[in-house]
Design a binder for this molecule. Structure first.
Ligand SMILES: CC(C)(COP(=O)(O)OP(=O)(O)OC[C@H]1O[C@@H](n2cnc3c(N)ncnc32)[C@H](O)[C@@H]1OP(=O)(O)O)[C@@H](O)C(=O)NCCC(=O)NCCS
Length: 155
């Protein structure tokens, strides 16, 4: 239905803050397929400093991304955030929507004057993140039950 739409100028798409609970509807099928809902709950999800962005097509939630204040030992900056649970529903992927979501996250982090963003990226999403200027730090590692990941960061 949304094939060939000019996503970035289409006003049917909106990004707004959502709750941790709302993210599960996307996290479960895309990031934790076949696993119980409890596996979709991340540590830090409900902290005051955490924010969750939801991407809507009209009133339907189709994508999510969560940003949590979290320090990674590889980096020295005081004010660090971790991106977690970035996912777009399968039928909406590769249409530029993940781009909208990650740009919105970048903007919010900039408003909050966050010094460092980092995340553990799935192998299959590396190119997407590279396209948005993020870089790999160090070697790949395995996350039990999820697969090969790379630590990525904004600088
Ligand atoms: C990774 C993910 C969030 C990216 O979201 P997305 O909406 O697919 O992202 P975009 O459409 O903005 O960009 C993805 C690719 O589609 C391409 N693309 C964008 N618009 C396009 C269009 N209209 N037609 C064809 N291709 C297009 C982009 O060039 C990009 O190419 P890449 O393969 O080099 O990355 C999404 O694919 C996803 O949820 N994947 C599964 C879960 C996952 O791996 N999450 C990340 C965990 S670390």
């Amino acid at each position: 239905m949304i094939k060939n739409l000019h996503i970035t100028t289409d006003s049917n798409f909106t990004i707004k803050p959502i709750s941790a609970e709302e993210t599960y509807a996307i996290r479960q099928p895309i990031l934790r397929a076949g696993k119980p809902i409890d596996d979709c709950k991340f540590e830090g999800d409900t902290l005051e400093s955490t924010f969750h962005l939801g991407l809507f097509f009209n009133d339907t939630l189709i994508g999510v991304a969560s940003y949590m204040k979290n320090h990674h030992a590889n980096f020295s900056e005081e004010y660090q955030y971790q991106l977690r649970g970035m996912a777009i529903l399968k039928e909406y992927q590769k249409k530029g929507l993940g781009t909208l979501l990650i740009q919105a996250g970048k903007e919010e982090l900039s408003n909050r004057k966050v010094d460092r963003l980092w995340f553990n990226a799935r192998e299959t999403a590396i190119q997407f993140y590279k396209n948005h200027g993020y870089i790999i730090e160090g070697k790949s590692f395995n996350i039990e039950g999820v697969g090969i990941h790379f630590l990525m960061t904004n600088k």
